[in-house]
Design a protein around this ligand. Sequence first.
Ligand code: 6R9
Length: 652
Amino acid sequence: MFESKKYAPSEEFVRNSNLTKDQYEEMYKKSISDPEGFWGEQAERLTWFKKWDKVLEHDFANAKVEWFKGGKLNVAYNCLDRHLQTPAKNKAAIIWVGDKPGETRTYTYQQLHREVSLHANVLKRFGIKRGDRVLIYLPMIPELAIFALACTRIGAVHSVVFGGFSPESLQSRIDDAKPSLIVTSDAGFRGGRIIDMKKNIDEALQRSEHKVQHVIVAERVGNETYTVWNEGRDHHLRDILNSPDLSDECPPEEMDAEDPLFILYTSGSTGKPKGVLHTTGGYLLGANMTFNYVFDHKPDDTFWCTADIGWVTGHSYILYGPLSNGATSLMFEGVPSYPDAGRFWQICDKFGVTVFYTAPTAIRALMREGVKWVEKHRLNTLRLLGSVGEPINPEAWEWYYHNVGKGRCPVVDTWWQTETGSIMISPLPGAIDAKPGSATKPFFGIEPVIVDNDGKELEGAASGNLCIKQPWPSMMRGVYGDPERFFNTYFVQFKGYYFTGDGANRDEDGYYWITGRVDDVLNVSGHRLGSAEVESALVEHQSVAEAAVVGYPHDIKGQGIYAYVTVKNGVHTNDELKKELLELVAEKIGKIARPDVIHWAPGLPKTRSGKIMRRILRKIAEGEFSNLGDISTLADPSVVATLVEDKQKYHS
Ligand code: 6R9
């Protein structure tokens, strides 16, 4: 069942690696048997203004966890100031690469420190202080990194919203997080196209209940695509930066380890996206330590994580992990396919990227373009490759390993979540052999378990629901503004455990193979979306009576969105209506949520109590008709035959 090839790192890689196999095993054992001792030692990786009173205080089964309580530190200080006393002072902290080839900017640690202090003073000028929320809606420009760090410097809580989200998604996040201030830009560039940013904020603010006092607008595109300028509310960033009395010194705020650091919205299986709350000390330690060990960090590395900072991967592995280690982090504004499918590799060569971290969906898309785009480039500086966001199929893994890594670079397939803050299951490249498609072994302090549907822990090789048994420092601390929701979402299904929402297999070697979500969360091109969100967007159309959304295997995206739509009596289904529905979803959520398939369904399979049988809908979407299971309990079993027939006729 788990037959697979094994790939060991080269002798040279092992010789230079930050960790040997024996060290991993010894440290892992200690981290599980004596978490307080282990993490107390590891926390010395960070610089503290004052040490903690207690390493860990917890009632895990009730979702109550505190790490390093009483300890005082500042995230920006750890990411910037402390490197200024080292040779890293004039090292590149961020190499920014623009959408348009040729456009780049580099910030040394010293320069970034100055910019962050300046921008922190910009925030202060608007009265922002510790505990206030700042919503950041920016394209991948340096100001995004700078403002996030500026927030941490003064103890403000940032909530970065991905630039691809629509005004309506923005509005619900604004009403939930109630930010005192928003940072945006006039517009942004992505793949040669212009993305409206300020315009989206204007629309969101028009609808929001929460009134935001200040909007700071950075300039990226220069031609003003927005039409409204709200005197008194809107401020040009350049005007504030130009005022001569703005100081470039800003003392870092002393934060408690358990003070909130950021809120990041993510989709679950029910309701609106939730604001995942991370705190200061534990989160930073998790990001810092995983970056060092999983990416085998060396001071002369050029590390490139291709994610957007609007997702957790960008938070932890563009900003906080690399910068707290004094690493050089490359930040890319564009997309893999612009101006051509060689862009990633051109950037790797130009900047001498040594460690490259991307998503399976990007690998598959580039695979389809053909290996010629890879072969045009040298890629001789690469030494380690990473994958994140969804299960990587062994075929894509092999392609990545052989063509990009030339069989020389280990591949780390890193499993984790917005909620976990940092990498949870992954090879440590010098210590753990890889098996294509497996995230392999747990990181320090992580105790994964596989439980059956009754919550019974399974031993040895097993398949089931992936849970975590012990607290770890970078775990989320709550859902912003809704204390009950944290416990109810993650700790109720399997008593005593944190439930990840993922299914997994564990093989005879103790390797984990994540099989994907077992709840109603979709993973489209590595982006998380709730089926419920897409459904509620669809039913807002006046012609729609009902909608059910499921995922189905998609060659490039990993999962595509398959929407069953039932229209109201008398409504005619046609391409025009289909177009309107796709538009509607883009408008309500964002383009990433547009269904790939709209299947007009005369009815949906429901139990007698009215519950939609998604299991059946998933099977039909996958084209798996032979094994639909028992349908006799349905209120109207005949709808299934119609759906199967239409699927074969129109959607195969
Ligand atoms: C970091 C991130 C989390 C969900 C997670 C799982 C899937 C992420 C994966 C993976 C298999 C991997 N996922 N990494 N599945 N192998 N290496 O992606 O966070 O956006 O919150 O998504 O993504 O299903 O539960 P997030």
